[in-house]
Design a protein around this ligand. Structure first.
Ligand SMILES: C[S@@+](CC[C@H](N)C(=O)[O-])C[C@H]1O[C@@H](n2cnc3c(N)ncnc32)[C@H](O)[C@@H]1O
Length: 288
């Protein structure tokens, strides 16, 4: 299982929530509805793939799908998929979700799967979605309430008291924030408040759970740069990383090998799935 590609692992973690997000957004809409869609901070195209597989050929013919991400690597890999799949009316380009330069009031749907909370200024990204949505359009996004690995990693590192501390779950959720007072995207009430604050109406926030099951601990090792690596870079000093990185990784792998042996690794992921509308009545005034 150590050879499982990170893109497949990412899809098995975020994909089921993308499917639930599309469902909660009532996507695809009825057949006579226009489809000008933005997969915002699209990554490898987790949502795009599900959009395409959910549409009839009639709907695909009228679809205009834009996929935007700040990472050239992501856009490069998605552009290859678009080309090799001969996907019609789908384009991928680099854009910053906090300032996309895309036209105002132009999209019927914006999907933002596992994004606002990873932006330096999440509310700026949310407000940008409101600006780009057509009146009557739908925004749908997701964010973690709890992730699969943090509690077990903390427990693993607690066994070695010399190691620098591992952050709390709340600190991990807010680790990308550059806000003076970090906003909270793992709480139903605060997320609802933020959506209303930037002008959205009919905000619906649901808590959904998904369990991933992997054949063995190899997957934990594959994911270390995106889990432990990310946390170290945010919370440990350069000297601490140099000194303790290997010992930390060893402590984590030892813990998992002792706990799961050669058996399956099961992780539970809890996410908020959010849908909101740009209402005709409130489009001006509240959103500024
Ligand atoms: C957790 S991944 C989610 C990707 C995708 N939505 C999915 O469902 O697989 C976050 C993505 O946001 C992108 N990203 C981070 N900061 C961004 C920004 N300021 N503007 C646009 N994309 C950004 C990253 O490059 C990455 O692809």
């Amino acid at each position: 299982m150590a050879s499982t590609k990170i893109s497949e692992i990412a899809d098995s973690i975020m994909g089921p929530f993308a499917t639930l997000m599309l469902k909660q957004a009532h996507f695809p809409p009825p057949e006579d509805f226009p489809l000008k869609v933005l997969d915002n901070a699209c990554g490898p195209g987790t949502v795009t793939l599900r959009i395409l597989s959910s549409l009839s050929s009639h709907d695909k013919a009228k679809l205009e799908l834009s996929c935007a991400d700040i990472s050239e690597l992501m856009i490069g890999s998605l552009s290859q998929k678009i080309e090799s799949g001969s996907w019609k009316n789908v384009k991928a380009f680099v854009a910053d979700a906090m300032d996309t330069k895309l036209p105002s009031s132009s999209f019927t749907h914006i999907f933002f799967n596992f994004v606002p909370f990873i932006l330096p200024l999440p509310l700026v990204g949310l407000r940008e979605c409101h600006r780009m949505l057509a009146v009557g359009g739908t925004l749908a996004f997701t964010g973690w309430k709890s992730n699969g690995w943090a509690d077990e990693f903390r427990e693993a590192l607690d066994h070695d008291p010399d190691l620098p501390p591992f952050p709390s779950n709340a600190q991990i959720m807010q680790m990308m924030s550059q806000e003076e007072v970090p906003t909270r995207w793992d709480n139903e009430d605060t997320v609802k408040t933020y959506c209303k604050k930037v002008g959205f109406t009919d905000v619906e926030v649901c808590v959904e759970v998904n369990e991933t099951r992997w054949q063995n601990v190899g997957v934990v090792e594959t994911m270390l740069p995106w889990t432990f690596g990310l946390v170290m870079n945010k919370f440990w000093t350069k000297q601490e990383i140099e000194r303790w990185q290997d010992r930390g990784s060893e402590a984590i792998m030892k813990y998992f090998k002792e706990k799961y042996g050669t058996g399956e690794v099961t992780w539970s992921w809890k996410a908020l799935v959010v849908t909101a509308q740009k209402s005709p009545l409130l489009q001006s005034g509240l959103a500024s």
